[in-house]
Write a protein that binds this ligand. Structure first.
Ligand SMILES: Nc1ncnc2c1ncn2[C@@H]1O[C@H](COP(=O)(O)OP(=O)(O)O)[C@@H](O)[C@H]1O
Ligand SMILES: [Mg+2]
Length: 261
C-alpha cells in the first residue's frame, strides 16, 4: 500500500550547505500492517514520515500510496507529530473534530465518536478545555484522538508517546493496539523505545545514523493480542537484542550475541 522506492532527501540550508537526511530508503508497508521505525536522533525518521504524509517532496526516488505518487497531503493519511500541534483558541472537542470539519466529512456522529475517543484517552470531562489548560501529555493525547477520529487508512505517528509518563505510555500503547485491531489501518510508528517498537509492531525498521538508510527489518513473531507480559519471552528478547546491536553495536552483523546485548 505504502511504497518507498530508493527515496532520498537532501535539505538545502540558507547558507548553501546541504544536509543529506535520507539515502536510498526502500520500504513497503501493506494495508493494515503496523511498522515501527527506530534509529538514532537525527537519522531522518521524522523526515521519512513527512515524505509519506506529503508534507515535503523527495529529492530522489518516489513515495507511492496505492500506486499513486504522493504529491501532497491526502485525506486518507493522518499524522501525529512529535510535539502536540493543537489550535490554541479551540477547545479540546473542536480540536479533535477540526480535520473532519475542514474536509467536510463531519456528520451527526462525529461529536459522539470524538467524545468516546477522548474518554478512552482519559480525557472525559476535558472536552471544553483549551489546550493551554492541559499538560503536555494530555495535549498529545488530544492530538492522537484527532488523528484516530479521521479513521485514516494510513496513520503516521512520530514519537507520539514521548511526552507521556511511563504508565500513561503503556496504557496508550495498548489502547492504540486495540484501536488498530478494530480498524486495521497501516501504521508507521517512530519511537525511541526499542521495547515499545517490539511490543507494537509486526516489523521494526532499523535506520542508520545520518544519512538514514534501512539497515535491518526485524520481523516480530510475538502472537497477538500483545501485552507487556510478553517482554519476558524469548522472541521479545531476540528482537530487542538484534535491534540494540544495530544501534549500539557498531556496523554490520545480524546482532545475535553482539556485545550491546
Ligand atoms: N526543514 C529542514 N531543513 C534543514 N534540515 C533539516 C530539516 N528537517 C530536518 N533536517 C535535518 O535532517 C536530519 C534528519 O532530521 P529528522 O528527520 O528530524 O531526524 P529524526 O526525526 O530521526 O531525529 C537532521 O540532520 C536535521 O537537522
Ligand atoms: Mg524526529
Amino acid at each position: 500500500m505504502i511504497r518507498l522506492d530508493r527515496v532520498g532527501k537532501t535539505f538545502r540550508g540558507r547558507d548553501g550547505g546541504a544536509v543529506e537526511a535520507l539515502r536510498e530508503v526502500s520500504l513497503e508497508v501493506a494495508a493494515g500492517e503496523f511498522v515501527a521505525i527506530v534509529g538514532a536522533s537525527g537519522c531522518g525518521k521524522s523526515t521519512l514520515l513527512r515524505l509519506v504524509a506529503g508534507l515535503v517532496p523527495a529529492s530522489a526516488g518516489a513515495v507511492t500510496l496505492d500506486g499513486a505518487v504522493v504529491r501532497g497531503p491526502r485525506a486518507e493519511t493522518a499524522m501525529v507529530f512529535q510535539a502536540p500541534t493543537l489550535l490554541p483558541w479551540a477547545d479540546v472537542l473542536r480540536n479533535v473534530t477540526f480535520p473532519l470539519r475542514l474536509m467536510r466529512r463531519a456528520d451527526a456522529r462525529t461529536e459522539d465518536e470524538a467524545r468516546a475517543l477522548l474518554a478512552v484517552a482519559g480525557l472525559a470531562g476535558f472536552e471544553k478545555r483549551l489546550p493551554r489548560e492541559l499538560s503536555g501529555g494530555m495535549q498529545q493525547r488530544v492530538a492522537i484522538c484527532r488523528a484516530l477520529l479521521q479513521a485514516p487508512r494510513v496513520l503516521l505517528m512520530d514519537e507520539p508517546f514521548g511526552a507521556l509518563d511511563a504508565l500513561t505510555r503503556e496504557e496508550m500503547s495498548l489502547e492504540l493496539l486495540r484501536l488498530w485491531t478494530a480498524r486495521r489501518m497501516a501504521v508507521l510508528f517512530v519511537t525511541h523505545s526499542i521495547p515499545e517498537a517490539v511490543l507494537l509492531a509486526d516489523r521494526v525498521v532499523v535506520m542508520s545514523p545520518r544519512p538514514g538508510r534501512v539497515v535491518d527489518v526485524v520481523e516480530v513473531g510475538l502472537p497477538r493480542p500483545r501485552s507487556f507480559d510478553q517482554e519476558g519471552s524469548d522472541e521479545f528478547q531476540r528482537c530487542a537484542r538484534r535491534i540494540r546491536a544495530h544501534i549500539f553495536g557498531g556496523r554490520g552483523g545480524t546482532g545475535d550475541g553482539a556485545r550491546a546485548a
